[in-house]
Write a new protein. Structure first.
Lengths: 112, 118
């Protein structure tokens, strides 16, 4: 299994909603990543998990809350988002010592 | 300063011709990796090719090759025999600190939108 899956593919939510994005990989990777990508822009790193522990938080607002319940799963909990948070959210995973990051198909989030 | 620079916002190429997408980078690390990803309009980031800073030979993967010029700090992607399905956004990316053994982020360039014309 050489893929990263993300659910849902699309999500529309109001500013008062609470929702979660889910990412899963079964490649034995111990590093997992969340990126945010606005249209026509490169992905921007949000969080990095190594061995299920948060190792990098790129000063992301607290309305985004990551969680890594086990080595295969990565969640991003969303609460009280703003319309400017509308974007494509990409999950990726990699080995710690190898370099290539495998990306999932992304979740297109729209905040109304 | 930008760590990854892609100076071509958009490129056009005729089907079956070769095209070169430019990428220059800036790092003081001795051990780093350079990547190219393709992103179709569907959104998924597809890994194409990787070049390590200590690799002496240019990387090749099928129709993709990476023209690595370390002294000039450039890592251009060459796509041979372009196909209509190659139309997409292409990102150059760098991972610094390869020898650290820890998870490190990828730093992306601004991307080049490639359109293959029939």
């Amino acid at each position: 299994d050489t893929e990263v899956t993300q659910t849902p593919k699309h999500l529309v939510m109001g500013m008062t909603n609470k929702k979660s994005l889910k990412c899963e990989q079964h490649m034995g990777h111990r590093a997992m990543y969340w990126y945010k990508q606005k249209a026509k822009k490169p992905p921007e790193l949000m969080f990095v998990y190594s061995y299920e522990k948060l190792s990098i938080n790129e000063s992301v607002p607290s309305r985004f809350s990551p969680e890594c319940p086990n080595s295969s799963l990565l969640n991003l909990h969303l609460h009280a988002l703003q319309p400017e948070d509308s974007a494509l959210y990409l999950c990726a995973s990699s080995h710690l010592t190898k370099n290539e990051q495998f990306f999932g198909p992304g979740t297109r989030l729209t905040v109304l | 300063a930008q760590k990854i620079t892609q100076t071509q916002p958009g490129m056009f190429v005729q089907e079956k011709e070769a095209v070169t997408l430019d990428c220059t980078y800036d790092t003081s690390d001795q051990s780093y990796g350079l990547f190219w990803y393709k992103q179709p309009s569907s959104g998924e980031m597809i890994f194409l090719i990787y070049q390590g800073s200590y690799d002496e030979q240019n990387a090749t993967e099928g129709r993709y090759s990476l023209n690595f010029q370390k002294a000039r700090k450039s890592a251009n992607l060459v796509i041979s025999a372009s196909q209509l399905g190659d139309s997409a956004m292409y990102f150059c990316a760098m991972r610094e600190g390869l020898s650290s053994g820890s998870a490190r982020q990828l730093t992306f360039g601004s991307g080049t939108q490639l359109t293959v014309l029939p």
